[in-house]
Structures are given as structure tokens and as C-alpha cells.
Design a protein around this ligand. Structure first.
Ligand SMILES: Cc1cc2nc3c(=O)[nH]c(=O)nc-3n(C[C@H](O)[C@H](O)[C@H](O)COP(=O)(O)O)c2cc1C
Length: 168
């Protein structure tokens, strides 16, 4: 069974991106193994410090995953620092190249700039990116709540179709 590791680029208590990851896990309903890593618990990256336990656990979870699913907002036309930090910790990981990565951008706008930044980073890290596994959900706060309950049927249909592509 496919093992999917999820990470959320928002640390906000009522995060819609975390809600989206909950919704995806609910829709998958046992058709894949879904786990999550709290990247907010990772220390600031430094090449000088040996990996602390939280980083080791994150790296190991990533190695075991067939697919990494990121749900993130755009911050200041870029990536939230917490997400960039999490990626920096695995830039030199020998297991990252070839890793399948899917992305949901839940943001106020269309997150076009965050997409450019994230794809540049993931390409540099030699991730395997499939355009059909990138979903933009502008106006995310009006589409889904923190628990993953949809507020608009069209958004639910979009995410459901994304999940089917994820599992195909
Ligand atoms: C510091 C900060 C910067 C933001 N910058 C952008 C931005 O550049 N583009 C955008 O579409 N939304 C921006 N937003 C709004 C977020 O997209 C919105 O708050 C979104 O709901 C955050 O995701 P979350 O619900 O998972 O926390 C910003 C929000 C914050 C707090």
C-alpha cells in the first residue's frame, strides 16, 4: 500500500491547509497509509549541528514514504519559513532525489509565486513532480475549515479528484 507522508506549511491554529490534509486523509479512507510530521517542531536548520531526534524522525519518515504531500499557503509571495526550513533539513538527504511530491496550495490568492519558489526548490532537490498532483485552492478559508469540512461542494469535488489522481 502506498505510504504518504504529509506536512503542513502553516502553523496557524485554525489552518485551512491542515484542514485540507485532514480532508485528504478522510477521502483516502484506508486506500493508502497516511502519516504526518509536525515540521514546526524542527529546529532552525544549520549545517553545523548534528541532526537532533526530531529531525532524525522526520528524515526517517520521509525515507519510508512513497510520496510526500505538502499543503501550504503562500507567505509574502514565497514559502512560509517553516516549510523552507523543513526542506533545508533534507536537501542533502541521499533518499530525497526521485521522491514523488504532491502539493496543495491553500491560500488567499492563487499562490502563483509560492508555486514558482517551491517547484524551483523541489527541482533542485531532484524530486519527482507530476503537474497533475499540484492543486491550487485560492480563497481556501471560504472552502474548507480547520477540521477538513468543506464549505463549498465544488472545492470538495476538486480535492476528491486530486485524491483519485494521487492514488492512481
Ligand atoms: C505573513 C503572511 C503572509 C501572507 N502572504 C500571502 C501571500 O503572499 N499570498 C497569499 O495569497 N496569501 C498570503 N497570506 C494569506 C494566507 O494565504 C492565508 O492566511 C491562508 O489562510 C493561510 O493558510 P492557513 O489557513 O493554512 O493558515 C499571508 C498570510 C500571512 C500570515
Amino acid at each position: 500500500m502506498t505510504r504518504i507522508l504529509t506536512i503542513c506549511g502553516s502553523t496557524r491554529d485554525g489552518s485551512t491547509n491542515r484542514g485540507l490534509l485532514r480532508a485528504v486523509a478522510n477521502m483516502i479512507q484506508g486506500r493508502a497509509v497516511v502519516t504526518q510530521v509536525d515540521i514546526a517542531a524542527l529546529p532552525h536548520f544549520s549545517p553545523d549541528i548534528p541532526s537532533p531526534p526530531a529531525v532524525n524522525a522526520y528524515q526517517e519518515a520521509l525515507r519510508q514514504a512513497d510520496l510526500l504531500l505538502i499543503a501550504t499557503p503562500e507567505y509574502a509571495h514565497g514559502l512560509p519559513g517553516v516549510l523552507k526550513n523543513a526542506l533545508d533539513w533534507v536537501v542533502a538527504d541521499e533518499y530525497f532525489p526521485g521522491k514523488r511530491v504532491a502539493v496543495i496550495f491553500g491560500s488567499t490568492g492563487d499562490a502563483a509565486n509560492a508555486r514558482i519558489h517551491l517547484l524551483e526548490i523541489l527541482t533542485t532537490m531532484c524530486a519527482q513532480i507530476d503537474e497533475s498532483l499540484i492543486l491550487h485552492l485560492p480563497g481556501s478559508r471560504s472552502k474548507v475549515d480547520r477540521e477538513g469540512r468543506f464549505l463549498q461542494p465544488a472545492a470538495q469535488a476538486e480535492v476528491a479528484a486530486f485524491v483519485e489522481r494521487l492514488l492512481s
